[in-house]
Structure formats: structure tokens, C-alpha cells
Ligand binder design. Sequence first.
Ligand SMILES: C[S@@+](CC[C@H](N)C(=O)[O-])C[C@H]1O[C@@H](n2cnc3c(N)ncnc32)[C@H](O)[C@@H]1O
Length: 269
Amino acid sequence: MNQRPPPPGIDASVPSPARIYDSLIGGKDNYAADRQVAARLMEINPNIQSSAIENRAFLGRAVRYIAGQGVDQFLDIGTGLPTRENVHQVAQAFHADARVLYVDYDPGVVAHARALLGKAPNVSVLEADLRDPDTILDEARRTLDFDRPVAVLLIAVLHFIPDADDPHALVRRLRDALPPGSYVAVSHTTADLGAETGDTATAEYSRMSSAQAVHRDRAAIARFMDGLEPVEPGVEFITRWRPDGAPRPPEHAVFYGAVGRKPLNNADG
Ligand SMILES: C[S@@+](CC[C@H](N)C(=O)[O-])C[C@H]1O[C@@H](n2cnc3c(N)ncnc32)[C@H](O)[C@@H]1O
């Protein structure tokens, strides 16, 4: 919980996705307006907080899985505020030289990330919007080696891209630019477990914050994985995606998660 005045250029009265999420996962880089949205979301669905915490755990498991396949380059789009188990920390535990490019459109996230994460070796930070994939790819080609596999992480970010901005085309654009053997990991909110609370939560989120929130069903989320070889168990509620222990019930996390691998050649795909 942040009691200090916001840094220049940050409007603490307008709740942002990064700070709302930070408040849900118990971080301290959020303001009263962000906490109000978090509290309203919890009124609508008390599982929203556990969903955010489970989502962060899914991110860790996905990065560990991908790093365990030998991938040591990560493009993390929609990074969020620095917290525990940041992507480079998880990846560098597998590959000491793992490279990470963090990307977020929120200048507050980028300032924090540059201060806290950007000092780590092989880590860079870019302020860019997922809706501008070419800018992201240009920087990724500068900081990562596109002759070898790269993992693109789209964790809890695509539900801020409305259909009007064609999120599936954005993911295709990123996927097509990746070298063979690369990975794409996605997590995304869903209302498959409760349409009414899902609709109310996304409407309230969009009304109260700086972002448009949308939930999608399993089929729409599965389409983000088109052209990729699914990693077991495919598109699944995140609590059931390669859990470390006994999985919690899906209601604890209103998110689907999935990881896919770009085929090594066309014959594979
Ligand atoms: C809910 S947080 C998720 C953080 C982290 N990926 C995780 O799952 O723990 C969503 C992040 O996506 C960022 N974001 C939302 N829309 C974006 C866009 N169009 N381009 C880039 N970043 C975006 C927000 O600023 C925020 O930091």
C-alpha cells in the first residue's frame, strides 16, 4: 500500500491495471483509487484476489516449463509492476545468462521496472503497446537473438485488448515473427464459470479504470494458440495447468492458461 505521493506523470486518481493487480496480489505500489477497484471486484466475485495470485503462480510455472525446455530468451509483454518471482529471476535460475525484454504500456510500470529490474544483467525494458507489435518486435530483434527460440509471454494482458483491436491478429503477428521452436504462453480471464459475475466484473473494471476489460470463453482463448503445438494439458483453468501440488478448484482462478510451441518446420505444423 503506497502512502507516498505519486511520481511526476503518474495520475494516482485513475486506477491502472498494473496497480489494481498489484493491490490484489499484496504489493505496495498502488493507490487508494486502485484499491477501490480491487475492493469492488472482490464484492462482485470474492475469488478475484485468489485469481490474481494463482495467475502469478501460473506465470512462474509457465516460465519454469519453458526454461526447462532449454529456452533462455523471454519477451514479456504486459509485465506489470515488479514483484517476487519476476520473469528474469525464474529464467536465470535455469540459465544464468537468460535474456529478458520486459514490455508494458504503462509509464509507471516502465519507471519501476527500469529502476528495479533493468539493472539485472541481460534485462531490458521497453515502453510499448501490445497493439503496436512491430515496435515490440523491432526492439526484441535488437535485444534478443532471433536465430534461436524466444518465449513470448502474454500473461493477463490480452483481456485488455477488445475485439475491435483484433487481439488474435496481434498474437499471429508476434507468432509469425518468432523463430521455430519458440513458445507462446497466454493467460486470460474467463466468465465460463459464471457469466453474470464475469460480465459485471468486466463492466465495472472498464467503468472504473483506465482500461477496457473483456473476458473470453475457452474457444476464443484457444484461438490464440492457433498454429502452435499445444503443450499438455492444452487450454486449461490455470489452477489445473501443471500444478505444483494438488490443484485448487478452478473457481479459485477465473483464468485459462495455455502454452504452445511453434513447430520446427512446416511439416511439423
Ligand atoms: C494484470 S497485469 C499482469 C502482469 C503480469 N503479466 C502478470 O501476469 O503477473 C497487466 C499488465 O498489462 C499491461 N498492459 C495492459 N494493456 C497493455 C497493452 N495494450 N500493451 C502493453 N501492456 C499492457 C498493464 O499495464 C499491466 O502492467
